[in-house]
Design a protein around this ligand. Structure first.
Ligand SMILES: Cc1cc2nc3c(=O)[nH]c(=O)nc-3n(C[C@H](O)[C@H](O)[C@H](O)COP(=O)(O)OP(=O)(O)OC[C@H]3O[C@@H](n4cnc5c(N)ncnc54)[C@H](O)[C@@H]3O)c2cc1C
Ligand SMILES: Cc1cc2nc3c(=O)[nH]c(=O)nc-3n(C[C@H](O)[C@H](O)[C@H](O)COP(=O)(O)O)c2cc1C
Length: 557
């Protein structure tokens, strides 16, 4: 029970809140209670000191590791907590109790921050007979290689002679319950003498929370003459909850014409039902909504070659091409192919809106991905699917939280570097800061090919400048003059001002293509060197400190 005063305050807050705010509060309290509820009995005997490392990209592993470290400390266990990118790999030989929380990204790869550690243990024949360890693997079962990085680390440490104290635990997107049950088991293991027989009993999972989105607007932002097609998409979705910096995830459908071409190439009845992951589904339905049929990874092309007993080069190929060039024997053999096809991978899009400005809406900035294969123009699966969705069409999506790409407190200055679709989260940041009246200054670096046709959200940006919501904007249109000018060149040009913002505590954000982010980081280092009067090593440690303080955040793809 709570006191009457507290209850009346609670009632006041409830009456003052919208439906979506109430949903958010509900989720927040549930998370808070569950994170406090792990019972970590103090070990009477047993281990007193451990190392807990995490490898994260979007902050989930870090959040879990930080929470665990606090709870373990309360239980009297001394915890050395470190991100894998800060971890000195050579220390591994000296460790005794070593616990890893690591997510999987890309196509079954470790997060960038864990790559150095992952490569080190795989490339070196270490001998770790004194190391006792356990791995908590984070992932998403919608991806074909579920929790692969965690499984790899677990398998490799075992291979190097370390003693596994708990079986590797794989957490899906609703990781809270499984993670706390892993911690409970870890605490039991640490408080008694290490015992391989403790098996985690995962708590009931709550499933991935999905939302229904209905298209309100779908317009091409590029002007005539542009080689790009970037769609501003507005979705209405009752009760959706997210924060600026989060992304929207969805599983796109395969185009009907490709599915029909596959069905006729193998002469199979598309209505025939077959079993798939505890469901009975018609083959047509499976091929259009569940299974990846485009650009199959080499591992599947190899499986296909073995099944049809033909020599096929080890390259990625569409299923339809495989079926045409290296046909299956009959429809029954095709069903065997279906058995090893992998699920359609979810695609993520940075959210370009703020709930404070648009309740129950999500906005996206999606460039239609295009490429050529044998001189034929082709489009990326998901961006093409989204670009073609008409008003009123609906699809299911989820929110991918990113606690490593978040606005600072409202009084802090921010510098946003986001060319092309990299502008998306910054539209969200600006909407949020404008709607909440933040006092911090906002500086945007934007760029694309041509001013005339590719200045996404130009009117909004100009308007923000006029009303003072944007303090300054620097733009780089790479192809409007003979020499190429990119955002990093504009940063360098404004180096002195850039450094003075850094010195007064500004947070720097980069969003967009990986290669651009690398160039931006190099220019940033140079600015720190030149305008901070630092040698290269001192500039590097200045930048590392920015990263450690959460003042240099990237969301790149
Ligand atoms: C955190 C995050 C945020 C993101 N935010 C945004 C955003 O705001 N806006 C945005 O537009 N994108 C964003 N992306 C990228 C987006 O998720 C998709 O990767 C992008 O839209 C391409 O997906 P697609 O399905 O259209 O293309 P895919 O079908 O996945 O194709 C991608 C590439 O694969 C190759 N390929 C595919 N099929 C074939 C084939 N048959 N033969 C040869 N090559 C082939 C081509 O090179 C093609 O360009 C983000 C990604 C991440 C991880
Ligand atoms: C671009 C991208 C690729 C991903 N690839 C995989 C994958 O191959 N396998 C998997 O199990 N999970 C995959 N995931 C899901 C993440 O592992 C999952 O969201 C996890 O909770 C992230 O934890 P982190 O925030 O600590 O990085 C991927 C997520 C993203 C954003």
């Amino acid at each position: 029970m709570i006191t009457e005063t507290k209850f009346s305050k609670l009632k006041e807050l409830i009456e003052d809140s919208s439906e979506s705010e109430l949903i958010w509060i509900n989720g927040y309290l549930t998370g808070l209670v569950s994170s406090r509820s792990v019972v970590a009995p103090a070990p009477k005997t047993g281990v007193k000191k451990i190392t807990l490392v995490f490898g994260t990209d979007t902050g989930n592993s870090k959040k879990i590791a930080t929470g665990f470290a606090q709870q373990l400390k309360k239980s009297g266990i001394q915890v050395k907590l470190q991100s894998l990118d800060q971890y000195r790999v050579t220390d591994l030989l000296k460790e005794e109790y070593f616990y890893v929380i690591i997510s999987t990204h890309g196509d079954g790869e470790p997060p960038a921050a864990a790559k150095k550690f992952y490569d080190y243990i795989h490339a070196n024949s270490l001998s770790l007979p004194n190391l006792k360890y356990a791995v908590l693997a984070l992932g998403d079962s919608a991806y074909p290689l579920f929790c692969k990085a965690g499984e790899d680390v677990d398998g490799r440490l075992k291979h190097l002679g370390a003693s596994r104290q708990l079986p590797v635990e794989k957490c899906d997107t609703d990781f809270e319950a499984t993670a706390s049950s892993w911690l409970e088991n870890l605490v039991k293991t640490l408080s008694a003498s290490p015992d391989d027989s403790v098996r985690p009993v995962p708590k009931k999972s709550t499933g991935k929370k999905t939302f229904e989105g209905t298209i309100l607007t779908n317009t091409n932002l590029n002007g005539r003459g542009s080689v790009k097609q970037t769609h501003h998409i507005e979705l209405s979705s009752t009760g959706v909850v997210y924060e600026p910096g989060d992304s929207l995830g969805l599983v796109p459908e395969n185009p009907a014409h490709r599915v029909e071409a596959i069905l006729s190439a193998v002469a199979i009845n598309g209505n025939k039902k077959i079993a798939y992951r505890n469901e009975e589904l018609a083959i047509r339905n499976l091929l259009s909504k569940k299974l990846n049929i485009t650009y199959l990874p080499e591992r599947l092309v190899k499986k296909y070659a073995a099944l049809v007993e033909q020599e096929i080069p080890s390259i990625r190929m569409d299923l339809l091409n495989l079926l045409k060039i290296y046909p299956v024997k009959d429809a029954t053999q095709f069903e065997e192919v279906i058995n090893f096809l992998e699920p359609i991978t979810p695609r993520l899009y940075s959210i370009a809106s703020s709930l404070v400005a648009h309740e129950d809406e999500v906005h996206l900035t999606v460039v239609r991905n295009c490429f050529t294969v044998n001189d034929e123009l082709c489009y990326g699966l998901c961006s093409d699917y989204l670009a073609n969705l008409p008003v009123s069409a609906s699809f299911e999506f989820y929110i991918h939280k990113n606690s490593e790409f978040k606005l600072p407190s409202p009084d802090k200055d921010i510098i946003m570097i986001g060319p092309g679709t990299g502008i998306a989260p910054f539209r969200s940041f600006l909407e949020e800061r404008n709607a909440t009246g933040s006092s911090g200054r906002n500086w945007l670096f934007y760029g694309d090919q041509h001013f005339e046709s590719d200045f996404l959200y130009q009117t909004e940006i100009q308007n923000y400048l006029q009303i003072g919501a944007l303090t300054r904007v620097d733009v780089a249109f790479s192809r409007d003059q003979a020499e190429k000018i990119y955002v990093q060149h504009k940063m360098t040009k404004q180096g002195s001002e850039f450094f003075s913002w850094l010195e007064s505590g500004a947070h720097v954000y980069v969003c967009g293509a990986q290669s651009m982010a690398g160039d931006v980081e190099r220019s940033l280092l140079q600015i720190i060197e030149d305008f901070g009067n630092k040698n290269p090593d001192a500039a590097k440690s200045y930048l590392s400190q920015l990263k450690e303080d959460g003042r240099f955040q990237k969301d790149v793809y």
